[in-house]
Design a protein around this ligand. Structure first.
Ligand code: ZN
Length: 509
């Protein structure tokens, strides 16, 4: 403990402190993380964002991004200061119109101290002026910004926002977005939602996009480059905007033959998941060297390499299934990733059945039979895989197996009622694996904790009794009577790297 000698100066300072309203004494800093055990520094505490307005200029020649972000938020505690997650260089911050002090800390924290403390439950407007070269910024040793020959792309999970806009970067805090980006004439800026306007002036063209339904921060995307843009409308009336880099070379035809079927596939998915939840649809393929795809809201990101062996509609099914499972209903915490990936993979199995290339049961049989009990695949627990295994294949394949087991346990009627009811019940919010188990029990009227424990939480291959309950075969691959490889298997397996970002932590480098 420090003893202090009271001097007249210190007394004056003390009396100044006393001049602050008594209520300010309860104000404290917002937490530097939202409270996710997988990623303790992701997101922030003390406020909730309702809207992001991003007005930016991007110059592909030198990868320079500059502009202003205006955030509308509401405090959830008395705040003396709060954080945003961000990596670019900030020149000014204003809170409710007044200049605020700011500093950087940690790997990606922008710490903001407003001139006056903020009371709980009040509206706050935060304006951040910034600029920088996204490809030059790193956190934890990596960058998620994808620099291309003609521009750049922000598309990464769980992290991509830090390189292009300041945010409360966690799926639990969704918001609406206006993204308006000015780029040199001849270049396009692609983002989520509807294209509200374009305007040209003095060699620059501005693209203004709007997402009018809540969107998780990692699902916001920006792609600048030279694109060929196609437009269509689905049978259900949703406008479709797709964008293809002009430099896709030999992959161009296969990319278009897949992504131009977006409207058809989205309409097909409504039969299983209920009405399409947004007013825009599409996909885009920039000229990146990456190998993954991402369910960026309304307009998924696809890598050119995914079309190296021809069209793959199964990939489009996966990303569009996420519009319900992942986007409309987001993970409460990143450990809940099965809610996203198990269901997007299961949608691929349903598509296989629709295409006459193997039923969901046949694919489940094959997955179960072709992985022996000592395969490390079975040590990953899809219901809580750990951050290092968040995008492990087991989350997808064993995750979809769990759904087939559920389907066989409760019957098609309840199973498909759950598939359709869940996105509606938790629409525009977030939910956990536990929430799903409870929901499935409520709809089916059956006790299901044992089933989910076996298929999602045990670090071992479910044994013969569980397999028999799930109508899965006990014959091993290669033995007589073992399941044959379904016709759709190779196309589904080709999407295995769908979220494989290149290293153990799932990051793009
Ligand atoms: Zn996925």
């Amino acid at each position: 403990m420090h003893r202090r000698i009271i001097t007249p100066g210190a007394l004056a300072a003390a009396s100044l402190l006393l001049a602050i309203p008594a209520s300010a004494a309860s104000h404290s800093p917002g937490a530097p993380g939202i409270g996710d055990p997988y990623y303790p520094a992701y997101g922030n505490g003390g406020y909730d964002v309702s809207h992001y307005d991003l007005r930016l200029t991007y110059q592909p020649a030198d990868d320079r991004l500059a502009g202003t972000a205006t955030l509308l938020a509401r405090t959830t505690q008395d705040l003396s200061r709060f954080n945003l997650d961000f990596l670019l260089d900030v020149s000014e911050v204003r809170v409710n119109g007044s200049k605020a002090a700011f500093a950087t800390s940690g790997e990606h924290e922008l710490q903001i101290t407003p001139s006056r403390p903020l009371a709980e439950g009040t509206s706050v407007t935060v304006v951040v002026r910034y600029s920088g070269v996204p490809s030059s910024k790193r956190a934890y040793g990596f960058t998620s910004w994808l620099r291309t020959a003609d521009g750049g792309v922000a598309a990464g999970e769980p992290e991509s926002a830090w390189w292009w806009y300041p945010s409360n970067d966690h799926p639990r805090d969704k918001a609406t977005f206006d993204v308006s980006v000015q780029v040199p004439d001849g270049t396009q800026a692609i983002s989520n939602g509807t294209l509200q306007a374009t305007s040209s002036r003095a060699g620059w063209t501005r693209y203004s996009w709007r997402s009018d339904k809540p969107q998780a921060t990692y699902l916001a995307t920006l792609a600048v480059g030279r694109f060929d843009v196609t437009r269509a409308t689905t049978d259900s009336g949703i406008p479709v905007i797709n964008a293809y880099s002009k430099d896709l070379g030999g992959h161009d035809g296969a990319a278009r033959a897949s992504i131009e079927r977006t409207g058809e596939i989205a309409d097909w998915l409504t039969g299983y998941f209920g009405p399409y939840p947004y007013n825009a649809l599409g996909g885009y393929v920039p000229n990146t060297t990456t190998g993954y795809a991402l369910e960026t809201q309304t307009r998924p990101f696809y890598s050119p390499r995914q079309f190296a062996n021809g069209a793959n509609t199964s990939l489009v099914v996966h990303e569009l299934a996420h519009q319900w499972y992942g986007d409309l209903v987001s993970v409460s915490q990143w450990r809940d990733i099965w809610i996203n990936e198990g269901f997007a993979r299961y949608a691929q199995w349903l598509w296989s059945e629709h295409e006459g290339e193997g039923t969901a049961q046949e694919i489940a049989d094959y997955v179960y039979a072709s992985r022996p009990a000592d395969d490390p695949f079975w040590t990953v627990r899809p219901g809580d895989p750990g951050p290092e295994n968040q995008f492990h294949l087991a989350v997808y394949d064993r995750g979809a197996l769990a759904l087939q087991a559920l389907r066989n346990a409760i019957g098609d009627e309840d199973f498909f009622a759950i598939l359709k009811g869940w996105p509606h019940t938790y629409a525009h919010g977030d939910a956990s694996v536990d929430d799903f188990v409870r929901y499935a029990e409520r709809v089916s009227g059956e006790r299901l904790t044992g089933l989910f424990d076996t298929w999602l939480f045990q670090p071992s291959k479910p044994g013969a009794p569980a397999a028999a309950d799930a109508a899965l075969p006990t014959r091993a691959a290669g033995t007589e009577g073992a399941p044959r490889q379904p016709a759709s298997w190779k196309k589904i397996a080709a999407t295995n790297g769908v979220h494989d970002h290149g290293d153990a932590h799932g990051h793009t480098r």
